[in-house]
Design a protein around this ligand. Structure first.
Ligand SMILES: Cc1cc2nc3c(=O)[nH]c(=O)nc-3n(C[C@H](O)[C@H](O)[C@H](O)COP(=O)(O)OP(=O)(O)OC[C@H]3O[C@@H](n4cnc5c(N)ncnc54)[C@H](O)[C@@H]3O)c2cc1C
Length: 582
């Protein structure tokens, strides 16, 4: 094991992450224990903290390392779910999408979406069968009439949000004028609006922090797993030291996503609620494809009937996704076969654009926490959520366990409110406030226009910082960049040589406020450097040198952290770290 519980930084101060574990050990009891630090566990943590509940959360790895860090980055009503008749989910999703655009504008941005259409009447007859049987049957392409009907219904669900415009339809000529690289036999293009979350990992951290700030009693720690249970409570293990301790709570919330059944099993109550499917994505560094997308998400039906996407995320292009039945035991990775599928689907829409393995900057894969679905095809499995309740008596105490089955990124706030309501009911407590309408972290007072952004940056400037540096911080932290700048300005800041987007001082901020356990946490979940394919061996070395004194790593540990990051990037994300010098 790498860290010891009493390890300090090089200047003798305690390491914040270790202090967090210590707080759990010193007082190993809470009203509610949440297991799982994906967006749904974290959202529920914030909600309960705001109700004044003494809540604790443990995450076995880093926050957002599961499905929450592997999504298609869409905050959407889920037009596709209309086909499955999931009207409740679409309604809730649209409301939440519209709210998030306002409450978290630093990370959730409007997403214009275009569907290229190649037939007019196709699919009209097969659609009702799909709707009724939830089976694909013989693949029949969805044509213009069907898509028009779907979008009209989707507008109807969006009607009172007022946040996004209604859909529009254009013919071949206009479609090709806007996107000349589209397949020439395109007949129509339909455009509608959803949203995308550019930085899901940081949005999760913001939600977490809002919970911590709302209630000093609320405790959340990553790198702590639930590994067993006994008469005395739940056995938790510190994954950085290997040490275990027992924790008790009146309500246990199992928000471990695809791992819910495994977690119930270690808690001593076997379940078979889950039936996850794997989905992968690649991130391409491909200027021609980026330009071909013309700033819009291309959302379309591939030849196998799956709805897939290609869309610009900053200066990269995200392509996904697959839907393959899988178990949660082995880590999900994007395979060669899936990459072949992605290249093929790009060719289906943009036949003249050539994409190769060298263009892949990053890849990722995750398991959707779907309900067990027996013989229903993955694409038709409900994306809605439900809460399974169990009560048991331990000695004098009655323990309630709530297991979350399903749950999308988009609906996390509403879902968290439902889970929190169930926990409050079990505790006999009343809700004090709602999270609806509550700005999230650095989304509060976030500048909405270019002019507002320039003004914000000018006002935030400190001696020694230029506008570009402040812009990077504003993008990364939203308006919380102000407090980050205050921290950075206390000592001289020197940007790394390997990237001008990070400094040793900012790494110190992350260690102090963001529970860094491993070097790779910063590359994948505190910055977008890995996502954009910007990790080099020079960056690994500089980052490791900055982290070592802060986390009390000796030379062996530092070298191990670099190797660990390289192997995670290679094995899980197909990234071979190269030197800048090559
Ligand atoms: C490929 C793909 C594409 C998707 N696209 C979208 C999309 O575009 N829009 C959308 O709204 N949704 C999308 N989703 C769905 C969405 O990402 C997930 O449903 C959501 O993130 C689930 O969050 P969660 O917190 O419930 O689970 P997770 O994020 O999986 O979190 C569960 C956590 O529990 C932890 N854990 C497990 N066991 C233990 C234990 N014993 N002790 C402590 N911790 C434990 C895990 O490490 C994990 O971090 C997509 C999902 C996938 C996989």
């Amino acid at each position: 094991m790498r860290n010891s519980a009493d390890r300090t930084s090089a200047n003798g101060t305690p390491i914040p992450l270790r202090l967090g574990v210590q707080r759990l050990r010193d007082n190993p009891r809470a009203s509610v224990l949440i297991i799982g630090g994906g967006i749904n566990g974290v959202g529920t943590f914030r909600d309960l903290a705001l109700q004044g509940v003494d809540v604790a959360l443990v995450e076995r790895g880093d926050y957002c390392q599961g499905a929450s860090g592997a999504s298609s980055h869409m905050i959407h009503g889920g037009i596709r779910y209309l086909e499955n008749g999931e009207f409740r989910l679409v309604r809730e999703s649209v409301i939440e999408r519209n709210a998030l655009l306002n409450l978290a504008p630093h990370y959730v941005k409007p997403l214009q979406t275009t569907i290229p259409i190649y037939t007019t009447f196709s699919g009209i007859l097969s659609a009702p069968m799909r709707f009724l049987t939830h089976r694909q049957g013989k693949q029949v392409e969805r044509g213009a009439f069907l898509i028009k009907a779907g979008l009209t219904l989707y507008d109807f669900f969006s009607r009172d949000g007022g946040t996004v415009p209604r859909h529009s339809f254009v013919g071949r000529k206009k479609a090709l004028a806007a996107m000349p690289q589209l397949r020439k036999d395109v007949k129509y293009a339909a455009t509608y609006y959803d949203a995308s979350v550019h930085n899901p990992e940081r949005l999760t951290l913001d939600v977490l922090r809002d919970g911590q700030l709302a209630n000093p009693e609320a405790r959340a720690t990553n790198y702590v797993s639930a590994v067993g249970s006994g008469g005395d409570g739940i056995l938790l293990r510190d994954e950085l030291t290997g040490e275990s301790f027992t924790f008790t709570a009146d309500v246990v919330i199992n928000a471990t996503g695809a791992w819910v059944d495994g977690t119930n099993s270690v808690l001593g109550a076997a379940s078979s609620f889950m039936g996850g499917t794997k989905g992968s994505h690649i991130v391409l560094d491909h200027p021609e494809l980026l330009q071909a997308c013309n700033g819009t998400e291309i959302f379309f039906e591939h030849v196998d009937g799956r709805i897939v996407l290609i869309y610009p995320m900053g200066d990269r292009v995200l392509v996904g996704t697959t839907d393959i039945d899988t178990g949660p035991e082995t880590p999900a990775v994007c395979t060669e076969e899936e990459i072949g599928y992605f290249f093929e689907l790009i060719g289906h829409v943009f036949p003249d654009i050539v994409v190769s393995q060298e263009d892949i900057a990053y890849s990722f894969s995750g398991v959707r926490p779907l309900p067990r679905h027996d013989d229903t095809q993955p694409g038709f499995v409900s994306r809605d959520y439900r809460i399974e309740r169990r009560k048991e008596t331990q000695g004098e105490r009655e323990i309630t366990t709530l297991s979350l089955v399903g749950g999308k990124w988009t609906t996390f706030r509403a879902l968290s409110e439902h889970l929190a309501n169930d926990a409050l009911a079990a505790l006999g407590k009343a809700r004090v406030q709602s999270t609806a309408g509550m700005p999230i972290g650095g989304g509060k007072d976030f500048p909405r226009s270019g002019a507002e952004e320039r003004e914000w940056i000018r006002n935030a400037l400190r001696p020694g910082f230029d506008e570009e540096r402040v812009r990077v911080l504003l993008t990364r932290y939203g308006t919380r960049a102000g407090e980050v700048l205050d921290f950075l300005a206390e000592k001289p800041e020197r940007l790394f040589n390997a990237t001008r987007e990070l400094s040793g001082r900012e790494v110190a901020y992350m260690v102090e406020h963001e529970q860094i356990g491993h070097l790779v946490d910063i590359l994948i979940r505190r910055t977008s450097l890995a996502f954009r394919g910007l990790v080099t061996s020079e960056l690994l070395t500089e980052l490791a040198q900055a982290l070592a004194p802060l986390l009390g790593w000796d030379e062996t540990e530092t070298a191990g952290q670099i190797r660990g990051a390289e192997s995670i990037l290679a094995e899980r994300h197909r990234v071979q770290v190269k030197s800048l010098a090559v």
